[in-house]
Design a protein around this ligand. Structure first.
Ligand SMILES: Cc1cc2nc3c(=O)[nH]c(=O)nc-3n(C[C@H](O)[C@H](O)[C@H](O)COP(=O)(O)OP(=O)(O)OC[C@H]3O[C@@H](n4cnc5c(N)ncnc54)[C@H](O)[C@@H]3O)c2cc1C
Length: 473
């Protein structure tokens, strides 16, 4: 006979979304009494250790966090006090430009029209997770909060399903009388069984919770990888600008970190991503510099050389003499600074995809973060959408508690999905279209988008709207 425990909330997943919702639940006077368990399959030791020993170098997973998310972390979750602020870089401009347009069509977003005066903050994922974990530990609710890492959710069943399968429910919990409850039963790899009033799936793209709830998720793979890396620039960039060059293989983003550091997300075809990962580390900075300026015919030639021999040092000269042909003052003023180094072991690639669940709720279930939606990283919105989910879910739960309702009921959860699904859907659509429009070298589209970028750059009202979208999720 196996014993089980009863919880108010079980959160599956200790990524940014899962830790955010746990910290928010424990920080709110209305929900802190709830008994909560978070279950995370991976080892959170690195995350825990980061607070006392963040290490010298930036890690390679860095996200662009909007002022709205920053404000949410400060005022509602309360984890900002535990953030390593000396590793947070605010920036106030994004310059986006197109590799296919000879007149160098570009659009320059600045934070002038925002309340906060900044567009976003670059923060390492581990800094966010570590501050959340520290916040949860500082609340010190030992009775009501459990964080189980290195523990996998192996199965989720509903009592109805259980009885259909002709199991004796009393086998699960002889004491709690839970045979009468419709609460989901969660089986863990450590042998524990938890029956929960509300199950929150913060368990990423392949969400087992979403599958258990039989919620359909629609979308596609982009057949692209996001190659990330930590870069050293030739000096500290006083401009605080994020750069994004749209190549037909996918956008290359170079985003500022403190001092002479920067981070890169280079969306690329599977073949190009392999080349980017295997290119010799002495050549790689030159390759990034080339990709911010050279036209695609030259780039394709260089990729070919590197595919054939990733250690071919002659490629450096191939790049240098091409770059020397450009007006150097224009390069200095209107393009990213030169990259001089890529940190060892910082290059990695992630498959890019779009997915959106048909709904985020089912009876006693709520999905948040990547479990609910996965977005192309070109506008840096994935984690921010997860923060908005947590804010909307918290509002729904607090309002349910105010009315004396059961937090697992769809009557309470309905307002969460109503407040988050439509805006997430719009953002997913915008980023998908941007990816598709820029990933072609079909001339009529190239000409139109060049015209578009040039005219949109002078259309302040359009830019204000885009800045609000970029900075306000
Ligand atoms: C290249 C790249 C760049 C990006 N840049 C940005 C950006 O600039 N700005 C931005 O906002 N977003 C960005 N994103 C998106 C952002 O990283 C994600 O949206 C965010 O990390 C998702 O967090 P999450 O907590 O929802 O999911 P995850 O981080 O995927 O966490 C899910 C967790 O669930 C756990 N889990 C899964 N199954 C189980 C199980 N059975 N039992 C226990 N635990 C389980 C996993 O171990 C994992 O830790 C980027 C993404 C990529 C790939």
């Amino acid at each position: 006979m196996t014993s089980s425990v009863m919880e108010d909330v079980v959160i599956v997943g200790g990524g940014p979304a899962g830790l955010s919702v746990l910290a928010a639940l424990k920080n709110s006077p209305k929900t802190r009494h709830l008994k909560c368990t978070l279950v995370e399959a991976s080892d959170l030791t690195n995350v825990r250790d980061f607070y006392d020993n963040p290490g010298e170098n930036y890690t390679n997973r860095v996200v662009s966090v909007t002022p709205k998310s920053v404000e949410f972390m400060k005022s509602r979750i309360g984890n900002w006090d535990y953030m390593k602020e000396d590793r947070v870089k605010f920036y106030d401009r994004i310059v986006a430009y197109d590799s296919q347009d000879n007149d160098n069509a570009r659009i320059d977003f600045d934070a002038g029209s925002t309340e906060s005066g900044v567009l976003a903050a670059m923060i390492e994922n581990i800094n966010i997770q570590s501050s959340l974990l520290k916040k949860i530990e500082e609340i010190n609710d030992t009775e009501g909060t459990t964080v189980l890492d290195k523990t996998k959710v192996e199965d989720i069943i509903s009592p109805i399903q259980q009885s259909l399968e002709d199991h004796d429910l009393n086998e699960i919990d002889p004491n709690a009388g839970n045979a009468d409850l419709d609460w989901p039963i969660v089986k863990l790899s450590n042998g524990d069984i938890i029956q929960t009033r509300l199950l929150i799936g913060a368990d990423g793209y392949n969400s087992p919770v979403r599958k258990f709830a039989r919620i359909e998720s629609r979308g596609w793979q982009y057949n692209r990888f996001g190659v990330v890396g930590t870069l050293k620039m030739e000096y500290e960039d006083y401009r605080s600008v994020g750069w994004q060059r749209f190549l037909t293989t996918g956008p290359l983003a170079i985003l500022p970190l403190t001092e002479d550091n920067a981070t890169m997300v280079w969306s690329s075809t599977p073949k190009l991503s392999e080349i980017l990962l295997k290119t010799n580390k002495e050549i790689f900075p030159h390759l990034v510099n080339a990709a911010t300026v050279l036209d695609e015919a030259d780039l394709n030639y260089i990729y070919k050389l590197l595919d054939y021999n990733p250690d071919d040092m002659a490629v450096i000269d191939e790049i240098k003499w091409r770059l020397e042909k450009f007006d150097q003052q224009n390069l200095e003023e209107n393009y990213p600074l030169k990259v001089v180094e890529v940190l060892d072991g910082s290059r990695a690639r992630f498959p890019l995809k779009l997915s959106h669940a048909d709904t985020y709720i089912a009876p006693r279930i709520a999905l948040i973060g990547d479990a609910a939606h996965t977005i192309h990283p070109l506008a840096g919105q994935g984690l921010n959408m997860g923060q908005s989910d947590v804010a909307a879910l918290m509002t729904a739960l607090e309002s349910g508690i105010d009315r004396g309702m059961d937090i697992g009921s769809t009557l309470v959860l309905d307002s969460y999905v109503a407040n988050s699904w439509p805006s997430n859907h719009m953002l997913l659509g915008i980023c998908d279209k941007l990816h598709k429009v820029f990933a072609t070298d079909y001339y009529p589209v190239v000409a139109l988008r060049g015209l578009g970028l040039k005219s949109l750059n002078v259309l302040e009202s359009f830019k204000d709207i885009m800045v609000k979208i970029i900075s306000a999720r």
